[in-house]
Design a binder for this molecule. Structure first.
Ligand SMILES: [Zn+2]
Length: 334
């Protein structure tokens, strides 16, 4: 089931209390959405799907229009997550690495509800809309003041349109361990103006986006930032870990024990899917000749996607297990 912002907040707080983390997969295509939900179902685990600007503007979703892309992404995920097959699994949609001039207008529109292109039902005043479960933006090119102002702008929009919002705030996730005074200024600056909106904190903890070495990762930094953020905001705040792809299993387990509740996973996901697709086309190159009797079934999208799934789903399940999520979906069923 696709969760709303308040349900998402409850899942994140439960994860922190019980010390497990949700895998947050940066899903690049409709087929990847299906594979992630299938892995979550097999593990009976809550899961986060996240999407970045490059997906929203890409051919699979908005084809240049990020608002259309997010609406299409939400419609596809809502249909899938609320279907009988997957509706027992808590699914969060998170906006990840949104940046540039589109950031505030896109995310304001998202939290107030995106038009899904369906007609207004009799007796309703507006057509059905969908919103992400949780929202973040890429602050890597923002000053501290701009970062605060953008997050506050989202909090104010939430009040204006009377829609709950569950925000992740980040600071220099690729820049080494974030100093405590930076956390105090950023989180304190937001809480003072729009209290109760930030529920995830993504400081730098020594990781880097990409597939490089993660030797600088510090679980102590995760622990100290989890405690600091919770103290500053006066409520339990879990850590969102960016740049998990190169982290070995033991470090992932340490991160969860220290208070990570959301582990972003993108680079390795892309690598597995692209490598499998490359292998599929290489292995079946002869069948893709037009004279081959099986060329059509080999060329169909389902051919390559089924092959990719076979390599991808087991790794997603393995990661969910490492993060302690297996069986956790049952916690949230009535
Ligand atoms: Zn990230």
């Amino acid at each position: 089931m696709l969760l709303d912002p308040l349900q998402a907040r409850h899942v994140l707080q439960t994860a922190l209390a019980r010390r497990f983390a949700l895998l947050a997969v940066n899903a690049d295509s409709p087929a990847a959405l299906t594979d992630v939900l299938e892995a979550a179902l097999r593990c009976d685990a809550p899961v986060i799907i996240e999407t970045s600007l490059w997906q929203l503007t890409g051919h699979s979703f908005g084809a240049g229009d990020p608002a259309l892309g997010l609406a299409r992404y939400l419609v596809q995920l809502a249909l899938l997550a609320n279907s009988p097959r997957y509706n027992t699994i808590p699914v969060l949609l998170h906006t990840d690495h949104i940046q540039g001039p589109v950031t505030l207008p896109l995310l304001k529109a998202a939290l107030s509800g995106l038009d899904c292109g369906l007609p207004t039902a009799p007796g309703s005043v507006r057509p059905p809309t969908l919103s992400p479960s949780t929202i973040s933006l890429d602050s890597s090119r923002l000053t501290e003041a701009e970062n605060i102002a953008t997050i506050v702008g989202l909090g104010q929009e939430s009040v204006r349109c009377n829609r709950a919002v569950t925000l992740e705030m980040e600071a220099g996730v690729d820049d080494g361990v974030t100093p405590a005074d930076v956390a105090e200024r950023l989180l304190g600056g937001v809480e003072e103006q729009t209290p109760g909106t930030v529920h995830l904190w993504a400081p730098g903890v020594g990781t880097q986006h990409g597939l490089g070495s993660q030797d600088a990762f510090s679980s102590d930094a995760v622990r100290s930032h989890q405690l600091l953020a919770s103290r500053l905001l006066g409520r339990p705040i879990g850590i969102a870990l960016h740049g998990s792809s190169g982290l070995p299993e033991i470090r992932l387990r340490e991160a969860v024990a220290a208070g990570a509740v959301k582990v972003n996973w993108s680079s390795e996901s892309l690598l597995i899917r692209s490598t499998a697709a490359r292998d599929y086309y290489r292995i079946h190159a002869d069948r893709l000749e037009k004279a081959h009797p099986q060329w059509k079934v080999t060329a169909m999208d389902n051919g390559v996607q089924t092959y990719v799934s076979g390599h991808y789903i087991p790794r997603v399940m393995e990661l969910i297990g490492i993060l302690g999520g297996c069986g956790a979906a049952s916690t949230f069923r009535p």
